[in-house]
Design a protein around this ligand. Sequence first.
Ligand SMILES: *Cc1c(COP(=O)(O)O)cnc(C)c1O
Length: 358
Amino acid sequence: MSIKFRPEIKDLVPYKPGKPIEDVKREYGLTEVIKLASNENPLGSSPKAKEAIRKCLEELYLYPDGNITDLRDALAKKFNIKSSQVLPSSGSDEMVDIIAKTFINPGDEVILADVTFPRYLTTTKMMGGTPVIVPLKDFTYDLEGIKSKITDKTQLIWLCNPNNPTGTMFTEKTLIEFLDAVPKNIVVVYDEAYIEYVTRDDYPKDSIALLDKYPNILLLRTFSKIYGLAALRVGYTMASEEIITNLNKVRGPFNVNTLAQAAAIAALDDEEFIKKSYDINVEGKEYLYKAFEEMGIQYAPSETNHIFLDSKKDCQEVFTALQKKGMIIRPMYGTFIRVSIGTMAENRRFIELLKELL
Ligand SMILES: *Cc1c(COP(=O)(O)O)cnc(C)c1O
């Protein structure tokens, strides 16, 4: 007799995070290591958020506010929606999980892209859903392709715009045409983790306005990227009151910790930090594009804080070679790698090492 794991768990693979700096230092005896592997903010965190955390240090023995009231109110105020239309979570990672638990039944068809945020697939399988995979087209979400896969069994669609890891986006017009065509009983999860970095005008900047018209859409955002709070684990979703009420039943009781709640509220208003983070990203992106062009390297145009590029060498080989020299990037598949946009010094160092290597 032996214990039985749920069959849905059998083929799942653990998430593979970007390699931590300390691991690489230890492995290769390096003192200086640059990590451009996890799309973290190269400027660190909002100083206002750090100050807010210091003020919480005397409260560590207390449970967090289980209703997350102040953060929900702050988000509602900022985005001009009701507090009952927003729900924070322990990173938007956790929200992906909560959404899967709330909506996906065994055998439900769930549509997603082939090269996108890996948790969509993992949580779909975990719940026994049937993944229906639609390949990207020119490294971009193919909404026509996704639409053509909708059947009577379709329960949920995962969208990521701009997409991780390719950095590419689809337009507001494309999104609206898609939402108009999707039956309203199908849940559309719209992950906009990188919305604050987008530079193009035809991007759906005002996604919140969609909530009024499409009761089946959920917007996912995070404090891990431009707000620089990845260590704290805090993200949020916005949707109809009905959806939020149901997600709220599924989440854990104290899923957003006290420090995360306080820091997120402070970071939300730190416009100076957001602006600086945006600017340094634009500058870095332009520098990297130019360097890639000079080197004859193909890349996908990015609306995020990372770039997907063809190194023309085996990505694992490139990953290991760069790592030995103190640079951590993310190998993707084939000859493709993803690099986060860093400070200008980090970007220059990356190009220097890449030139040596190729
Ligand atoms: C980084 C990222 C997230 C956010 O992750 P957190 O759990 O909030 O740190 C969500 N979706 C995508 C596509 C991402 O790249």
